[in-house]
Unconditional design. Structure first.
Length: 244
């Protein structure tokens, strides 16, 4: 029986690396894609690629399948976040965030879905965010990108599920990664975070998440055990979006 193969973007660190490690541990042959060095411990294959080069994304997927073999699962985990001050709007920041967080993963998912549909099987998971449904000051580009990816997930599911390709999203809340470091400090370890989210009960589980908290759901969604869930965005947020 052929080993299942998965492509994971953003595999160098954070949630992407944790997912790559989990899938590798589950026996999948993982192809890690990142513009930073990818650890060979979590990925059998590593591809140096900058997702801001949106026009090259389809070629990336073709090269993976031609050089390594058919891809059974795609996890779009790469992402960037930059503060966008609307009083001094930067088109460069806006376009850069949307390129990496929306346009590239959508085009990569389409390329993967078309190839998978031709074989009658595939699993796609897009790592979005609770920002897809909640806004924050300074995060317009990121919020738009994540909301767009949630909707793209639903539409891709409608387009491809009848041909064996299931597409879902996981939407993390506060997860301690490099992206959570603001002005040199991990935002989940600040007095403000404790006061606003922990003391008030707004974060019911009473703690921020770790990248490993996202891996279980992702691994299940790309597995053969998932036979009938598609077009869903599942919050992995410790209950944050269940409160008000």
């Amino acid at each position: 029986m052929r080993t299942r193969r998965a492509v994971v973007t953003g595999a160098a660190n954070g949630i992407g690396r944790a997912i790559a490690e989990r899938l590798s541990g589950d026996g999948l042959e993982v192809v890690g894609v990142d513009r930073e060095p990818v650890a060979t411990a979590c990925c059998r294959h590593a591809i140096d690629f900058d997702l801001s080069q949106v026009g090259d994304v389809e070629g990336l997927f073709v090269s993976v399948e031609e050089g390594i073999g058919p891809v059974d699962a795609l996890v779009n985990a790469a992402g960037v976040s930059e503060v966008l001050d609307l009083s001094d709007f930067s088109a460069d920041v806006y376009e850069r965030v949307l390129s990496v967080d929306l346009h590239a993963p959508v085009r990569l998912a389409i390329a993967a879905a078309n190839a998978m549909a031709g074989r009658g099987y595939g699993r796609i998971v897009n790592v979005t965010s609770i920002h897809s449904r909640l806004g924050e000051r300074g995060a317009l580009a990121y919020d738009i990108a994540k909301a767009g990816m949630d909707q793209a997930t639903r539409t891709l599911a409608v387009e491809y599920s009848g041909r064996g390709v299931l597409c879902n999203a996981v939407a993390p809340g506060f997860i301690e990664t490099r992206m959570s470091i603001v002005d040199g400090e991990m935002e989940t370890r600040t007095e403000r975070f404790r006061r606003v989210y922990l003391e008030t009960g707004r974060l019911p589980m009473g703690r921020p998440g770790q990248p490993s908290d996202v891996t279980g759901m992702t691994a299940w969604l790309v597995s053969d055990d998932n036979t009938y869930i598609t077009g869903q965005s599942i919050c992995v947020d410790g209950g944050l979006t269940a409160t008000f």
